[in-house]
Design a protein. Structure first.
Length: 253
């Protein structure tokens, strides 16, 4: 059974003359890691907003775990480009948000889950700090821990590292792969960075046209676990150039 399935899904923004998503069907398997690439404005984030229920499809069905998302609650975790940590809350209070939404946890249970989540992302001792006391990479790890506390098997990460400096970004990529290998969540990750996509993905899902009618699945020829040295392999270099070519053709079309 697929973890996520789009079944002939379409969407048109109000005021637009045509669909941005047009009869899109694709699926991803449980425990997989896929990056979605495409030019700016092509509709990548629209796919996420429909999946997490922020937008309602014009037609078609979206299923998670085999069930339509309209029949479910708390079925996916979403991490946007900005960490969106509330500055008036401590780090621990920010991480408590999904637990408060789900409900049913005592304060002691919340505290234990939050401390475990912070330890898991290397932020022990940061529960009582304010977000402004953390570095950019630390804030993103805190935001990821908050996403994990949704308890969902499907995680949607929308360009979470794009605002970070280069060294912090590659460190976070390596860290995220470690988290995925440990927890085996199903991850969909939007990025404009082709190298980031091939380093993280089991296969890349490429947008080749707008409106989006299909996602071209391109397998990555490198086994997990990975180190950055694999990016220098001739087959990985060739894949990177092929995917850059896909994006360039889309810009020209």
């Amino acid at each position: 059974m697929s973890q996520l399935e789009f079944d002939r899904v379409s969407y048109q923004y109000p005021g637009e003359d045509s669909d941005i998503i047009d009869g899109l069907s694709f699926s991803v398997e449980p425990g997989s890691f896929h990056c979605i690439i495409g030019v700016s404005g092509c509709g990548k984030s629209t796919i996420f907003r429909m999946t997490n229920g922020l937008l309602q499809p014009k037609s078609g069905v979206i299923r998670v775990g085999g069930r339509p998302i309209g029949e479910q609650k708390h079925y996916c975790g979403y991490m946007p480009q900005k960490d969106l940590l509330f500055p008036w809350r401590t780090v621990g209070e920010n991480l408590a948000l999904p637990l408060e939404i789900i409900g049913g946890y005592s304060r002691a249970q919340q505290r234990e889950l939050i401390d475990d989540a912070l330890a898991d992302v290397g932020l022990e001792g940061c529960r009582d700090k304010r977000p402004e006391e953390l570095s950019g990479g630390m804030r993103q790890r805190a935001a990821f821990a908050r996403t994990m506390l949704t308890g969902c098997d499907l995680l949607l990460l929308d360009e979470p590292f794009s605002a970070l400096d280069f060294l912090t970004r590659i460190s976070m990529q390596e860290w995220l792969l470690g988290q995925w290998e440990k927890h085996k969540k199903t991850i969909l990750f939007i990025t404009h960075d082709v190298e980031e996509a091939i380093f993280l993905s089991g296969s890349v899902l490429a947008v080749t046209e707008t409106p989006i009618r299909a996602l071209a699945e391109v397998p990555v020829p490198a086994a997990y676990p990975r180190t950055r040295e694999c990016l220098a392999r001739p087959d990985m270099v060739a894949l990177r150039e092929d995917l850059i070519g896909v994006l360039r053709r889309q810009v020209r079309s």
